[in-house]
Design a protein around this ligand. Structure first.
Ligand SMILES: Cc1ncc(COP(=O)(O)O)c(C=O)c1O
Length: 387
């Protein structure tokens, strides 16, 4: 069922995204994998499974197509698709951690990831320490003999900090820990953590992979076949799988990931240029800026700097809220990575669950998910909103 990895290693990213796992249907020649909206499969005699399919929690052909594609676009040994990013994270953590283990997490992790550690895993006995991941020495100092996972996001949400994947993989492995990379913000088009030494890649496919704000999903891609087998077991045992239609939507999104990311990135550069010279804008957070503290690392490990920008507004929280409520092309909404531009106030929206924690974000911060609209319209919209 799974195509051998070597089938795709020599191809470019966009060729892999369009074809891996998506061979034309053998019966009809349909060039797009069908949506197999089915729960169970006829057996040709007891145990006589056709193509290994038995029950759609265990495996479904549309999900298989997506999982093979995910595996290849992240250069991994196995891809798995889940009902949401957090379902993927939960399945992973319950497969690789046990009570008494310790995990290092970013001190500006996605709020939902922090909540999973703080409210769900900690009561079951998994300890965690939030640290600034851009500082490798601080991460080294946080490691304990029982640290089994170093969990990183890069760029981070919403402060766009950058972690050096190669250096942290080395550090984690010296401690016999796994390096897990949440690659949601970059997407595999911009950065392939497994090629830099990571053991597991996590995605909220809700974001750039889906790309059209029409599906919630998650993914895990692993470097090691044996870990892939264990996670496949847990995926079935825990059951938080992606449904056939959601799998199909994510697969369709992945086909245009490369062209979308190029436009997201080009539009982001035009906006950053305007924000930097705007009198009412304070600090601009964007890894493409030469004065970003880890610009060099971002340049080394990313193809370009992506479509996410955060900035502070003079006048504090009230002024920031006024800006997010005034835009007309940017839509005021949570989430990110879709073709349409979104704007939000992390302190009161996506990161409200981090208020009062070490992960609290600045109150005057605005976050942009830059879409693929015409650049000048996006720039003009922000200019009018800033006043
Ligand atoms: C970086 C990151 N990781 C994980 C998640 C969780 O994914 P989902 O919302 O699909 O459960 C999100 C969602 O915003 C995210 O931004």
């Amino acid at each position: 069922m799974h195509w051998h990895y070597s089938r795709w290693v020599t191809h470019g990213f966009d060729t892999i995204a369009l074809h891996a796992g998506q061979q034309p249907d053998p019966y009809t020649g349909a060039v797009v994998p069908p949506i197999h909206q089915v729960s169970t499969y006829k057996q040709d005699g007891v145990g006589g499974l056709r193509g290994g399919y038995e029950y759609s929690r265990s495996a479904n052909p549309t999900r298989t197509a997506l999982e093979e594609c995910l595996q290849h676009i992240e250069a991994g040994a196995r891809g798995l698709a889940f009902a949401s990013g957090l379902a993927a994270e939960d399945t992973l953590l319950r497969a690789i951690c046990k009570p008494g283990d310790h995990v290092v997490i970013p001190d500006d992790a996605y709020g939902g990831t922090y909540r999973l550690f703080a409210q769900v895993l900690a009561p079951w006995g998994v300890e965690f320490t939030p640290v600034p991941l851009s500082d490798v020495d601080t991460v080294r100092a946080a490691l304990r003999p029982n640290t089994t996972v170093v969990w990183i996001e890069t760029p981070t949400n919403p402060l766009l900090n950058i972690a050096d994947i190669e250096a942290l993989a080395e550090l984690a492995h010296q401690n016999s820990a796994l390096l897990v990379v949440d690659n949601t913000f970059a997407s595999p088009y911009l950065q392939q953590p497994i090629n830099l030494g990571a053991d597991v890649v996590v995605h909220s496919t809700t974001k750039y992979l889906g790309g059209h704000s029409d599906v919630v999903g998650g993914a895990l891609i692993v470097a090691d076949v044996e870990l892939g087998e264990r996670l496949t077991y847990h995926q079935n045992a825990m059951g938080a799988v992606a449904g056939p239609f959601d799998s199909w939507l994510v697969l369709r999104g992945i086909k245009t990931l490369g062209v979308r990311m190029d436009r997201h990135a080009a539009n982001a550069l035009s906006i950053v240029e305007m924000l930097q010279r705007h009198a009412k804008v304070g600090k601009v957070y964007f890894p493409g800026l030469p004065d970003h503290p880890n610009h060099d690392v971002a340049k080394r490990q990313m193809r370009n700097f992506g479509g996410m920008i955060s900035f502070t507004v003079d006048g504090g929280e009230a002024a920031a809220i006024q800006v997010v409520e005034r835009t007309e092309v940017f839509t005021l909404a949570e989430s990110l990575g879709g073709v349409e531009s979104l704007i939000e106030h992390p302190g009161r929206m996506t990161h409200a669950s981090a208020v009062g924690s070490p992960l609290e974000v600045p109150a005057d911060l605005v976050r942009l998910s830059v879409g693929i609209e015409t650049a000048k319209d996006l720039v003009a919209d922000l200019e009018q909103a800033l006043g």
